[in-house]
Design a protein around this ligand. Sequence first.
Ligand code: ATP
Length: 370
Amino acid sequence: MATIVLENLVKTFGKQTAVKNLNLEINDKEFVAILGPSGCGKTTTMNMISGLLNPDSGKVIFDGKVMNNVPAGKRGVGFMFQNYAVFTHMNVYENIAFGLEIRKLPHHEIDREVKAVAHLMQIEHLLGTNASKLSINDMQKCALARSMVTKPQIFLLDEPLSNLDAALRNIMRAELKKIQQELGQTSVYVTHDQVEAMSLADKIAIMNFAVLQQYDTPHNVYNKPKNLFVARFIGSPTINFFNGSYETGTLKLKDFSGGNLPVSAAYKTRVDEALQHDRTVLGIRPEHLKLSDTKVKGMPELKAKIISYEPLGSKTVVYLHPDANPDTIIKSAMDSDYEAGIGEVKWLKFEEKNLYLFDEVTTDLVLRFS
Ligand code: ATP
């Protein structure tokens, strides 16, 4: 059993606030990703959990016990970093056994544990191989096995896959998830890669400029992003935003000559109640925005000109300028066989239930129309 609670954590370096009033509750056996752009405070948070850094204020609590004064080595935490922590002068067996030997476990126990974890990691056949001779993938598995063998209740992973190429990263991602589920350790995973966070984590803590923006499931951060930052950070290609205003049941989108978008009666009351300012940002994800050669019945006059496209195999992403603003770029994810003609003008179509409405002033989500 291992729960982690971060209570009002603050860490500054000189004038730089790295983590500001962070509150986070991580349940036993949960896999939580800390996600955000470079410099947002992910590693600092991780280092305060591990004990490598002391917070200026606030508490780090494991299983109800305040850990602030417990040194890193005594917190029962395992690590895995971007740079594989393996001894290249030792073979794989010796690497994995190292942590158990330090604890002076009997040899037969060490042998049993090393073989068990090597089996789990599918590197049994490499136990006699010198670590310097391993492929990058196997070296990372060896590092993982080294950390896992001591059976830490809490496992901290800081960008552990970022040195691997894309194909290996996918394989290791799937393996990491499987291993974590089998061992049931409470895990915290730092990454700036939203795909990695979405695919691995039970919950994602999204940070920006030292502040936690949203802490929720992958489903909710995609479907109900708390604000513009989260909506933009999650999803690929990134969400489309259209600035405008809201007046008595109609959204007026600046980028289109015919940009009057009536809000249906089903949503109007909710928008009226929730919106504090008239200035709005409408969000539509590229996968929900389709193109039509003719005006679609019931849709407003939203026209855009194709400027380029990317055939990605499973889909074609089409880039367009709205008819009243050549500085804005719209993305539409069309079927893979869509033939995009550069310079052609298309009508946009979408379902109201897929729209997101944000308050431009507060940047908060006002309504997801679903
Ligand atoms: P990255 O993804 O680039 O590793 P991060 O989200 O992990 O970024 P942190 O490394 O936690 O961010 O850094 C948060 C802020 O604190 C940054 O502005 C960074 O420059 C600053 N910072 C971190 N460690 C130190 C330090 N030891 N001394 C001074 N400033 C630091």
